[in-house]
Structure formats: C-alpha cells, structure tokens
Design a protein around this ligand. Structure first.
Ligand code: GAP
Length: 505
C-alpha cells in the first residue's frame, strides 16, 4: 500500500472507531477543525500525561501552569505577533487555490531531495556492501549539483523572508518553475503577508469593546507569569515553566487532517537560563526531547532534526524535530532559543521589571529562554499513523491492528467472557472490577471471540483477557497479546502485574 492510500485509510479508521471526527459534521464540518471522539480523547490524554510526567514530574526544576486563552491585547503587540506573525501567501489564478509560498518552495526542495535519494539508492545497489553514501553524496557530480541547488534556493528564500522582499519571493517561484500541485499551472499572483491571529471583541460595543486575540501560542501565558511563578515557587535559575493548552491560528492552507489545524493544542516549556548559557541549554533540550520521542519505541529513522532557514522573530537559534508522516518528513516539535526577547518586550510594554536576582552573581538580569514546543495533535497523528497496520496473517487472512505503545492505548485491557452464559459474564465482571481502578478496561461479550479480538486489535488494546469454563474451576484466564497474538494461561491474581509491566514498557 502506498503512503497516500495508507494516510486515507488512517483518516477513515480514525473516524470509524471514534478517534477523530470532523467538527460539526452534521453541518458538513468546518475546515481544519476536528473533534476527538471517545478513543481519541483517551489517546490524547495519555500523550499529555506522558509529556507532563517527563517534563514536570521528572524535573525538580520545572513546574506547570494553566494560563487563560484570552490575554491583554498588549501582550501580542509586545510579543511581536501583531506585526510579525505572518505567513507569505500566494494564489494560483487558474486553480484559485491559495498556498503558503514558503511551503511551495519547501515541497520543491523535497522533490530535489527525492532525486538525491534515488541516485543514492541506485548507487548502493551498484556498489554493494562497500558503498559509502556520504562519500557518494560529496563526490558524485550530479548529486553535488542537486545539493548546491538546494543550498542556493534555501539561501535565496531566507534572504527574501529576512528582507521582506516579496517580489523576489515570487520571482524565486517563477525561476524554479514551481507549479500549482493541483492544476500544474504557473499562473501566480504576487506574494502577500497574512497575519495568522484570530481576533474577537471583549465587552459590548456600547461600553467600547476591545479587540482581543485568541492566543496563537501558549508561551506568552508563561512569560507574563514568569515572576509570579519564580517568586511563589522560589524557583532558582535554571528553571522551567510548562503548559499544555489550546492555540489558534488562521492557517492559510489547512490540510493534511489534524496536521495543520486552526484550533490545536500545544505542549510548551520555557526554560529560563543565565544569559550566555543559552546555547548549552539549547543543545541539551534538543537531545532531551529527541530522547523523549525515542522512548515511545518508534524507530529512530522516523525522526530527524531540521535547522530553521527562517528564524521566528524572537529566536537566535531554532531547530525542528521532524517526523516521517505519511506525507513525508514534517515539523513535529520546535526547539527555540528565544533569547531575552519576550521578557524584555514585556518589560518595555508593561513598564514592570521582569528580572531575576541571581544570588550567586549578586545581580539582577533578564533571563534568556530556551523553549520546547510540540503540537499535541501532530504527536497524536505521528503515533496513530505509525501504529496503523493492515497485516496479512500466516493463514492468508488479514487484520487491521493499531500497534500503539501500550502506555498510549485508549484501553489497556479488554475482558471477554467466552460465552454469554454459564456464569462466565459474571466472572468476567469480577475480573474487570479488579482491574478498572488502575487501567482503562472494556467489557465485550458480543459476537464470536475471534471477531472481538479483531475489534480490540483495531483500537490498539494491548491485552485481551478471556474468561472460559476453566476459569470457574481454577481462577485462571487466557491473556492474548495484541502484537504477537500469542495467548498464555495465567492466574487472575497475576493479570494486574502483567498489564502493569506491559504498560510501563
Ligand atoms: N511557541 C513557539 C511556537 O508556537 P511553532 O513552531 O509555531 O512555535 C510549535 O509551533 C508547534 O506547534 C509545532 O511544532 C507544531 O507541532 C504545532 N503547530 C503549530 N501550528 C500548528 C497547526 N496549525 N496545527 C497543528 N499543530 C500546529
């Protein structure tokens, strides 16, 4: 199955089993807005908990907050979002479709990278075991040409964005002969800047309403509370403030399911450090965050770092952790060295000092900040799309299985009486009552046992416990493992420990 088909199947599977629904579907949905269903909400909560535990619970110097979505409008003037939170957009006059100009160029670069990969694959087949891919990339003239071309395109785009030179941006698209992916047309409008913040009114017009914004990042709620938390929590630098919450962006091009949404959730952490130490912490958090991803058991080759070509207005260094989504490598998380930009801006606009007294240095300073920022919905998509598999079994039959990491699975255990009679349902209820205080469990007695196993495979339940007649005699059950489909007979009293071990991983 190609990746495009797999992605379509993941989307329909997500809907069919109650993970993700289009928002207000009875009214034909709302573009780029989605609702999480009964299983999606569980998976999402598990991701949040895993992140919160590893960032807050496991770090003595990181605490978490929950700030409001609405903030004083000056926040966004100070943060630079009113003036600089723009995307360059371009329209195709024939298809009438709108694109982010930088994404068109990045997709074009990805195509050239694809050509490089093909050359490398061909050469690897030709040269066999002795093949050195890195050496080949450096010495093969055709590949070197592609690499130089990518470099030149990236440099030119960076310059256009840094200088705000939108005419040259359009010219770059024309020079590179970039076509509309839908119509194939090169009939482009000029490139324009488009502010991504949603605004609304607070208060009635009679009182004189204020324009306020729906926050486009959760980070600013942390910055404005920096001193509140530092003082009340007696925090000593270096320390972090973490937060999970909704963010809103009026994305120009919202596609690819929950990858790019207009309402989404972020899990962000701002780490406040002594000026001059920020690059050390930037490297530290890049490594830590990659470790977090790999701890979920997803293959290392599915992740890569990508340094930003164009830095956000607040950053002096920035890298993305990209994930190999079904539509290619794309940003999953950002690690940004934000300098003292935000705190200084808030000092200037509020007239309040946002400084830290360093007892070791015996002086006040505005701390520097290293940020880790991951999209919860993107992490959800990364986990779901990696887990989805249509597997052909040894007997030629097929099953759809979600190989979710057990700690992420919506249900950890399904309890299934073999038959709906002979006291088996009552015994199964006893088993589930013993487990449900610790784990999300599902009881299912409908249909043949094989079909029930398949239903649990499809929603990623790692353990299925079957209660049969032998259970009534000796208090043992069979436990079936989702991935291997192996079954073992165990004492009921051992089930909890087996599940706990599996979930802990
Ligand atoms: N505070 C820094 C910040 O917001 P960002 O790179 O703009 O940085 C951070 O966003 C993360 O938020 C991204 O890596 C991505 O995972 C997620 N994200 C951003 N825009 C999104 C959108 N429209 N839909 C879903 N997730 C999004």
């Amino acid at each position: 199955m190609n990746q495009e088909d797999k992605f379509k199947n993941v989307i329909s599977h997500a809907k069919e089993y109650g993970f993700v629904f289009p928002s207000s579907e009875i009214y034909d949905g709302l573009s780029a807005v989605y609702d999480y269903g009964q299983l999606g909400a569980e998976l999402k909560n598990n991701i949040k908990q895993y992140w919160w535990k590893s960032m807050v619970q496991m770090h003595e110097n990181i605490v978490g907050i929950d700030s409001a979505i609405f903030m004083h409008p000056t926040t966004w003037k100070a943060s630079g979002h009113v003036d600089a939170f723009n995307d360059p957009l371009i329209d195709n006059k024939d298809s009438k479709k709108r694109y982010r100009a930088d994404v068109l160029v990045e997709d074009h670069i990805a195509k050239i990278e694809g050509k490089i990969n093909k050359e490398v694959e061909k050469a690897a087949k030709r040269f066999g075991n002795s093949f050195d891919a890195e050496m080949f990339k450096q010495t093969n003239p055709r590949v070197a040409g592609y690499v130089a071309k990518i470099d030149a395109i990236e440099q030119r785009m960076k310059k256009c964005l840094d200088d705000g030179n939108l005419e040259d941006f359009k010219q770059l698209i024309i020079d590179e002969e970039i076509v509309d992916p839908i119509s194939g047309s090169r009939n482009w409008t000029d490139v324009r800047q488009f502010n991504l913040m949603f605004s609304t009114e607070m208060g009635s017009t009679a009182e004189g309403a204020n324009t306020i914004y729906l926050r486009p990042e959760t980070a600013q709620g942390i910055f404005v509370n920096f001193l509140n938390v530092q003082k009340t929590g007696r925090m000593k630098i270096p320390f972090g403030i973490a937060q999970i919450g909704k963010a809103f962006r009026n994305e120009i091009v919202a596609r690819q399911f929950i990858f790019r949404m207009r309402e989404f959730e972020q899990m962000e952490m701002q780490f406040f450090v002594k000026p001059g130490t920020e690059m050390k912490w930037y490297e530290y958090w890049k490594a830590e965050r990659m470790k977090w991803h790999l701890s979920l058991g997803i293959k290392e080759s599915e992740y890569r770092f990508h340094d930003h070509i164009k830095m956000a207005h607040y950053a002096n260094a920035a890298a993305d952790i990209e994930f190999n989504f079904p539509f290619g490598f794309k940003e999953l998380e950002g690690i940004h060295s934000r300098t003292d930009f935000d705190l200084k801006q808030h000092e200037m606009h509020s007239g309040k000092k946002l400084q830290y007294f360093d007892p070791e240095e015996n002086k006040n300073y505005v701390p520097y900040v290293v940020e880790t920022s991951i999209g919860l919905d993107r992490m959800f998509l990364a986990i779901l799309s990696t887990a989805y598999e249509e597997e052909t079994l040894e007997d030629g039959s097929t099953r759809t299985v979600l190989r979710l990491p057990a700690k992420m699975a919506p249900y950890k255990v399904a309890v299934l009486p073999l038959l709906k009679k002979d006291g088996l349902p009552e015994k199964a209820r006893e088993v589930i009552d013993g487990l449900k205080g610790d784990f999300m469990c599902q009881y299912d007695e409908k249909d043949a046992i094989g079909r029930r196993y398949r239903r649990q495979d499809a929603i990623g339940t790692p353990f299925a416990i079957t209660v049969d007649h032998q259970t009534l005699e000796d208090n043992t059950v069979t436990i079936r493992h989702r991935d291997s489909m192996k079954q073992e007979r165990v004492a009921i009293e051992d089930v909890e420990a087996i599940v706990r071990k599996g979930v802990r991983g």
